[in-house]
Write a new protein. Structure first.
Length: 225
């Protein structure tokens, strides 16, 4: 696997930040020198709340690469899709800046977990989408889905787009939150695994149960990373 893994979700509320933090905690526990990176942060001012959440889950304080914003080169104030948030702040996004930041992190760490912003078709600019970036960089992709109503549709459409684009999908993480229905929870799991068996037979599913409180557990992600 590449040193950098891209983590995206089926939408903005799939649980990417929690999953990214848990994956980093798991790798740290295995002795891996790991760092998380945020693709683009919106709705913040001087720091990335998602990077802060990663560090909380990992049980560490901010790194130097956090304070100098290597782990999140773009932070915009308005909580919107990156292309719009950048326009509101009168800024432009150059994805080369993100790629260069990732390369710097790869020099210092064994593994970089790069968390996206929203889903795969979130616009970075008016002409360039997140899935374009994943395809251009050829980063292995881990997709985060959830048990909420509608997730089957969003998940299978995302997977179909990955197949069409030739994306290297290495894992599907089934975030069982919010688990409003055991029937939906269990059936969605069957649907996802059936689809992957037919279309991505080497891609594994990792189920992450609902985590209560702030005592972050070590979840076993060995099937995918």
């Amino acid at each position: 696997m590449n040193k950098t893994v891209f983590i995206s979700g089926i939408d903005t509320d799939a649980g990417k930040s929690i999953i990214t933090g848990l994956m980093a905690k798991y790798l740290m526990n295995k002795g891996v020198n790991v760092i998380t990176q945020k693709f683009i942060q919106t709705g913040n001012t001087t720091s990335s709340e998602d990077i802060e959440k990663h560090r909380e889950i990992m049980g560490v304080g901010p790194y130097d690469v956090d304070t100098n914003r290597t782990t999140c080169p773009y932070i915009f104030t308005y909580p919107a899709s990156p292309h719009l948030a950048a326009e509101i702040d009168n800024k432009t996004i150059d994805v080369t800046k993100i790629t260069e930041a990732t390369a710097k992190l790869e020099e210092q760490f064994e593994t970089v977990l790069l968390e996206g912003a929203g889903g795969l078709f979130v616009p970075i600019t008016r002409e360039y989408y997140t899935i374009d970036y994943v395809q251009d960089t050829n980063f292995p992709l881990i997709l985060v889905t959830s048990s909420k109503l509608g997730s089957i549709n969003h998940t299978l459409m995302s997977l179909e787009l990955c197949k069409k684009r030739g994306i290297n999908l290495v894992g599907l993480i089934y975030n069982e939150f919010p688990n409003d229905s055991e029937q939906i929870l269990n059936d969605s799991d069957k649907v996802f695994k059936h689809y992957l068996a037919e279309n991505y037979p080497d891609c594994k599913v990792v189920n992450v149960p609902i985590i209560k409180g702030e005592d972050w557990p070590i979840v076993d992600f060995s099937a995918i990373i």
